[in-house]
Each structure stands twice: as C-alpha cells, then as structure tokens.
Design a binder for this molecule. Structure first.
Ligand SMILES: [Fe+2]
Length: 179
C-alpha cells in the first residue's frame, strides 16, 4: 500500500521539502480496508501506537494509531532540524500548538483535522497531537530527518519533563486552554 510513496520519493531523488511531502500525501489515496493490515491488532486503548513504515534516504514514514481521548505529551521533534507533514487517514486529529517560554511552554492554538486533511510540522514546532473523539484515528507522518532525542513538557504545569515513562496517554486538557 505504501510502495507507491516509496517509488515517488526515489524517483524525485529523495527531495526533502515541505511542499514535496505535502503533495506526496495529498496525491495519495489509502483504502481503509487495505489500511487495516498495517494497524496494531488488537488496537491500542491507552497509549498511541507508532510504527515506522519505511525509511528511505533520511526520510521516514510513520503510521500512528490514536485511541479515543489519547494525546501525546507536548513535544518537539528532537535535536535535528526535523520537519514533515501529517495526513489524517481516519477519524479526527487535534493539534495543540505551544510557544517556547524560557525553558517552559505556553498554549498558542488548537486546530482540528479530519480524514483527508494534511497538517504541516514545521521546524522547531512544539505541539501535542491526539484524538479528541470516540472513534479510533489513524494518521500517516512523513519526516526528514528521522526524529531523535525528543524533548517533552508537562501538559498541565508546562515544565520540561525528563524521560517520561510514557509519551502519550488519556490527557485531560484544562478547559482554560481553549483558544
Ligand atoms: Fe510531533
């Protein structure tokens, strides 16, 4: 199902640009029936499932499966200048943006994306992604370079977190976050 994406990446000489990644996912259709073969079995219930689909010339594709109510912790995308795009394949994804504030963070916006929508992950983005609804959600992520040594922040205190036990969970966001 993802062979077509790999072929296009190789045909384009492993171009690494936000526009290329966006067009790549925008032009790709993913059959919900075929997608099932790539999902974890059983489906996750408490944490999100993240599996690497392929890595080609410093471009990595990841399939994320989101149980209802589960979000990542606020995070950046590691020590490299990583950027990418995300396509929602099924369900709804909520994207919570944060701004750096000394070594802490502060809320800076909330957006929602439906199946077929694409969101950009620009350089230095700090965000938390998750599934705000009662149905499972699935998203496809293309990044370059590979994400390594991610930093996390506490979603309530906004303080940095060192080596959290889990990087996702059923986070209850304060209603005062609404923007
Ligand atoms: Fe992220």
């Amino acid at each position: 199902m993802f062979e077509g994406i790999i072929r296009i990446i190789e045909d384009r000489g492993c171009e690494k640009s936000m526009n290329f990644f966006r067009d790549l996912l925008d032009d790709s259709d993913f059959c919900p029936q075929a997608l099932k073969a790539y999902l974890p079995d059983p489906l996750p219930t408490r944490f999100y499932d993240r599996r690497v689909l392929f890595t080609r010339c410093d471009i990595e594709a990841v399939l994320a499966t989101w149980p209802p109510g589960v979000f990542t912790l606020p995070h950046n995308h590691g020590i490299h200048p990583t950027f990418g795009v995300v396509k929602v394949l099924t369900g709804t994804i909520e994207n919570r943006i944060f701004a750096p504030d000394q070594n802490r963070i502060r809320p800076a916006g909330i957006s929602h994306f439906q199946a077929g929508d694409i969101l950009k992950v620009p350089l230095k983005l700090i965000h938390a992604m998750g599934n705000p609804h009662s149905e499972i959600a699935v998203s496809l992520h293309i990044y370059s370079p590979k994400i390594e040594q991610v930093s996390y922040w506490d979603p309530l205190s906004f303080e940095p977190l060192r080596d959290p036990q889990h990087n996702s969970g059923p986070i209850q966001w304060p209603t005062s976050y609404a923007s």
